[in-house]
Write a protein that binds this ligand. Structure first.
Ligand SMILES: [Zn+2]
Length: 202
């Protein structure tokens, strides 16, 4: 099963992908992680773009994905995260693989803003929390390592609204390209997970 989750920031997409990956026994492939964890020649090439604040070009990303898909853990399927982000990328992806399940995790802009504003993360290990939905056991302290929890500088309401606008303009049109089903991301994590599981084909 090859699966894509589409939803705005704050929809819980990442959490759902992680849970689905465990349940279905297929890898969660995040393009952000692939870029961050790259080594050797690939890392050098990525750095050429990232250092200057540019995005890694789509054509190159597609090559990275194509290689990743060949690995043995992808035999049963995969969950792709972070690509495609726009219609052009979706069409490019068609050239290297066939996606058979597309899930839209819908939440309103208001809900997204509320959720993202509550996000905090550990300074040391990067573990994320949410004051609204997933608070740490001890306020201000990381459950895992005891590190200090801080808000990201770009999680202001203005910045969030700007990112949502980009999502509506660039990413949402992907949904017209694929047959997909929609789940209500405002429900709690378990409920959303159940709904996704019930609707998957294959
Ligand atoms: Zn920590």
């Amino acid at each position: 099963m090859k699966l894509i989750l589409i939803g705005p920031q704050g929809s819980g997409k990442g959490t759902q992908a992680k849970l689905l990956s465990e349940k279905l026994g297929i890898p969660h492939i995040s393009t952000g992680d692939l870029l961050r964890k790259a080594t050797g020649e690939l890392k050098k090439d990525i750095d050429l773009y990232i250092v200057n604040g540019n995005l890694y070009p789509d054509e190159k990303m597609l090559n990275v994905l194509e290689e990743r898909f060949k690995e043995r853990d992808c035999k049963k399927g995969l969950i792709l995260d972070g690509f495609p982000r726009n219609l052009k990328q979706a069409k490019m992806l068609d050239q290297i693989t066939k996606i058979d399940n597309v899930v839209e995790i819908f939440i309103s802009d208001g809900e997204a803003v509320k959720r993202i504003s509550g996000r905090i993360a550990c300074e040391k290990c990067g573990t994320g929390y949410n004051l609204a939905t997933m608070p740490p056991r001890v306020p201000g302290k990381c459950d895992r390592c005891g590190g200090r929890l801080v808000k990201r500088a770009d999680d202001t309401e203005e910045a969030i609204r700007k990112r949502l606008k980009i999502y509506h303009r660039e990413t949402e049109p992907i949904l017209k390209h694929y047959k997909h089903f929609r789940v209500n991301g405002a429900k709690d994590i378990e409920e959303v997970q159940r709904e996704i599981m019930q609707n998957l084909n294959n």
